[in-house]
Design a protein around this ligand. Structure first.
Ligand code: FAD
Length: 284
């Protein structure tokens, strides 16, 4: 059992979530998740979105999640206000209906706006930060220029409640098909998307393949035969198998190429949080 975070402010309830069903990789325990419906939240809990980029383990910290109160999208003046719990699909439908540009790529990104903001999610050069104006946090707004961000990374370490975007007309239907094509090499088995970030000037998938781990399976978890950087669940995949595969690729790639594969997927288990660079002695 995880320690309960102190109940404070107007946290209304907690919800039981089975991560083996809820998370996109279909791995994880059943956990009590605190639902936040105001700008108050416990400071010792880990925030989840729709768990499309998470691998939750049995020793997870207390968890929290934004409630439906943050699932909205509206036009205010010349800006688009999107609540952080809003699913990407809803954003795209809204943009289609109102003929708004720049969110077509979100049609093929599973997750909520909060999750997308936190990692600057995107497809190639189409990224969620491209047309961002500011983000609403507990202590106020941060303008785009005040947030550090790059390829699949930002320095957002607090709960984002809302993203406010520049408004421009022109939903481009042809882009929807283009983005669909861009994803045609991705496996359909349950996964959390790309497992590792691409190291500068290289591809994590190429490196995993180069150390003979494409299609490598431990238990029911495997690096996909379709795309080596997708760790897929082929049935009843377990957390420990996913971790064993993760560590195997990191170790082999480091020993072979001197490159440390950094997780894109967030591993939510106290034993594996905050230690992404263990010392692995290179092979002599
Ligand atoms: C099949 C598949 C394909 C994918 N392809 C891509 C791709 O091409 N490009 C890409 O970028 N991603 C891709 N992903 C990953 C995923 O779509 C993104 O990471 C998405 O942003 C996750 O959103 P989420 O709501 O599920 O967040 P979660 O997975 O629940 O959380 C991810 C991170 O965001 C943080 N977070 C969540 N909500 C908030 C908030 N309100 N404020 C602050 N932090 C928050 C969490 O703490 C966590 O660190 C793919 C995933 C899958 C399953």
């Amino acid at each position: 059992m995880c320690p309960s975070p102190p109940r404070q402010g107007t946290i209304i309830a907690f919800k039981q979530i089975n991560f083996a069903k809820f998370s996109s990789i279909r791995v994880g325990p059943v956990a009590d998740v605190y639902m936040i419906d105001s700008h108050e939240y416990p400071n010792n809990a880990y925030l989840i979105g729709a768990a499309n980029n998470l691998l939750v383990g049995p020793e997870h910290p207390p968890l929290m999640k934004l409630s439906k109160a943050f699932d909205y999208i509206k036009i205010v003046g010349n800006k688009l206000h999107i609540g952080a719990a809003t699913p990407g699909g809803k954003v795209v439908s809204f943009c289609k209906k109102h003929d708004l540009a720049h969110f077509e790529f979100v049609a093929h990104l599973p997750g909520t706006l909060g999750g997308m903001l936190q990692m600057n999610a995107g497809l190639k050069e189409y990224e969620i930060f491209n047309h961002l104006h500011k983000v609403h946090f507990k202590d106020g707004f941060k303008l785009l220029g005040d947030i550090e961000y790059g390829y699949r990374t930002t320095n957002i370490d607090k709960v984002a409640f809302e993203g406010i975007f520049e408004l421009e007309n022109g939903f481009d239907h042809s882009k929807i098909e283009m983005f669909k094509q861009m994803r045609s090499n991705q496996p359909h088995d349950p996964s959390a998307g790309s497992f590792f970030k691409n190291p500068e000037g290289d591809y994590a998938g190429r490196l995993i393949e180069a150390v003979s781990l494409k299609n490598h399976r431990i238990g029911d978890m495997a690096y996909s035969e379709k795309h080596a950087n997708f760790m897929v669940n082929l049935g009843k995949g377990q957390f420990k198998d996913a971790i064993a595969l993760m560590q195997l690729a990191q170790e082999r790639v480091y020993n072979e190429f001197g490159i440390w594969l950094e997780n894109e997927v967030a591993v939510i288990d106290k034993r594996f949080m905050g230690n992404s660079h263990p010392e692995i002695p290179p092979k002599t």
